[in-house]
Write a protein that binds this ligand. Sequence first.
Ligand SMILES: [Zn+2]
Length: 355
Amino acid sequence: MQKGILPETMKTIAAVLTEINRPLQIEELTIPPLKKGQVMVEIAYSGICHSQLNEIHGLKGEDKFLPHTLGHEGSGIVLEIGPDVTKVKPGDHVVLTWIKGSGHDAPSTQYSRKDGNIVNSGAISTFMEYSIISENRLIPIPREMPLKEAALLGCAIPTGAGIVMNTARVQSGNSVAVFGVGGIGLSAILAAKMMDAAIIIAVDIREQKLIQAKEIGATYIINASQQDVLETIQTITGGQGVDFAIEAAGQKETMETAFESVKDKGGLSILAGNLPTGHQISIDPFDLIKGKRIIGTWGGETDPDRDILTYVGHFLSDRLNLSFFTSDIYRLDEINNSFKDLESGKVNRALIEFL
Ligand SMILES: [Zn+2]
């Protein structure tokens, strides 16, 4: 589409969640006029992650917004800006991220179906060709940054790498254990390597993921279905435990093991995974008394305006290898298959390609 001559009523193809535990429905929606602080983006690539799987399965609690669009990381090109938008202009290449940055926090959007019914959308949706995005969920990036890899900077990389760089502040020589090596776990390993961690332990039950973890920088791998995780970590660290444990598996048992695996007197375990609403973990308070610490993380405490450009810099200077995350590309009408592949662990990170 040529810039600047947008038709009065623009339409988009979108993947819509109509009911919990139903495949997404591909449908045509009419795009409303832009409100203050909103930006229309032609989506290039969208990442897919477990958050959307949780939404589809209704694990985030009652969903009052059905039917709605979804998707919270991507890349694209700005087509049009609404009133008061100053952060981007038409033609800018952008990363789309669920993590709030600078700019207007614009209201949600309602698209309409052919029959006049409404489809809800939040501040960001990326499972669609054209999307209205709140200004504060956009980061303009240099054109040298390829849009395919840029899409990963909206969620997979900032969460995993942010945990290492901002939450843990891993230093050269530290020991780090990463529990669960899907997209977030692998990006945490990439960042731990970037920060020169001396010991990087990957823990998973999937041999294939462990092999990948080793290829991108893990110095030890532990298959939790075959080895005693705590015992092995004790052996690797000379009986100390690790400086940092990052839980990205989203399992009760791994959260508990991650906490136990850190060293006394200051070892820090960081929970990045989610449990279904209402589920709890159990820990021994004496471990807290001995100085083990446990915290959660909200997207790796990422400041997207600062951090995403940092990752772009690392990528463009070959210090951040993203090829593991870009090998599984789907079209929008294959999106339900991509969820199956993500759920079965067949892929690390599925990407939807639009352009
Ligand atoms: Zn995500």
